[in-house]
Design a protein around this ligand. Structure first.
Ligand SMILES: NC(=O)c1ccc[n+]([C@@H]2O[C@H](COP(=O)([O-])OP(=O)(O)OC[C@H]3O[C@@H](n4cnc5c(N)ncnc54)[C@H](O)[C@@H]3O)[C@@H](O)[C@H]2O)c1
Length: 253
């Protein structure tokens, strides 16, 4: 089900928007009337997303951005504000999985740093600079992609699990700093969804993660977009600092 005008006159940035969950969320916000800027490091993926855009109500724009670069993120936000005068929604779906099926003794420090840089430092940079813009208009919705790995930990994925636990802590702490404003900050914690990211997870690791989902299947990007779009809508006004599960029953707390 779509709500035709839910995001009319709203402006959204979706990082990781060239693929998977970010693309599905961005497309749905545009379909429901929003102006969406898909931001991603993958220029070819962005071009494909722009070509495939069939949003009936809103508009999809794209921009190449590396979320680990503070200047890239600041330039993006400045450009959005210059062009559209406001920023209502930021979804951070940029992420990498890093090594899988790799116990910590074999996990290279440089890989650990890379995963933390994209998944956690990128989240820090984005929240920090999006907030400044949103506080000026006293309205905003920030949604970060965490993971069940950050709540429960997945063996063989030290960097990924640690980075997503960090995202959860970031959301919980910073949301309380701004809970008295019109800006909410929440996280989504999927178990396993069928996206190009799962292609980069070893078969052994995938089997472990799928076995732990009581529904016995992977989730879809449409299911992620449905929950995410409610969380970034103005209806979700009493939720901040919360982590929303999307786990087919895997999450136990
Ligand atoms: N798919 C799952 O099962 C699953 C489960 C839990 C959490 N997540 C999280 O959801 C988010 C989206 O995952 P997905 O499954 O859609 O993956 P995906 O690989 O389909 O999409 C991730 C996107 O992030 C982009 N990206 C990577 N590094 C970037 C950077 N430095 N700057 C900007 N963009 C960058 C990639 O180019 C890609 O387009 C990630 O944070 C992931 O950790 C996914």
């Amino acid at each position: 089900m779509n709500y035709e005008d839910r995001f009319r006159d709203q402006v959204a940035i979706v990082t990781g928007g060239a693929s998977g969950i970010g693309l599905a969320i961005g497309q749905r916000i545009a379909y429901e009337g929003g102006i969406v800027i898909l931001a991603d490091i993958n220029a070819a993926g962005l071009a494909r997303a722009a070509r495939d855009d069939d949003s009936s109500q809103g508009k999809v724009l794209t921009r190449r951005v590396d979320v680990t670069s503070e200047s890239d993120v600041c330039d993006l936000i400045d450009k959005v504000l210059a062009d559209h005068k406001r920023l209502d929604i930021v979804v951070n779906s940029a992420g990498i999985v890093g090594p899988t099926s790799t116990n910590i003794v074999d996990y290279h420090l440089c890989s650990f740093r890379d995963v933390l840089d994209v998944n956690l430092v990128g989240s820090f940079i984005l929240i920090k600079h999006a907030l400044s813009a949103m506080l000026r208009q006293d309205y905003g919705r920030i949604l970060l992609l965490a993971s069940i790995a950050g709540k429960e930990g997945n063996p063989g994925m030290a960097g990924y699990s640690a980075s997503k636990a960090g995202v959860i802590g970031l959301v919980k702490g910073v949301a309380k700093e701004y809970a008295h404003t019109g800006v909410t900050i929440n996280a989504l914690a999927p178990a396993l969804l069928d996206t190009p990211l799962t292609d980069r997870i070893s078969d052994e690791q995938l089997a472990y993660m799928t076995r732990r989902i009581p529904m016995g299947r992977l989730g879809t990007t449409a299911e992620a977009a449905a929950l995410a779009c409610w969380l970034v809508s103005d209806e979700a006004s009493f939720n901040t600092g919360a982590v929303f599960d999307l786990s087919g029953g895997r999450a136990t707390y």
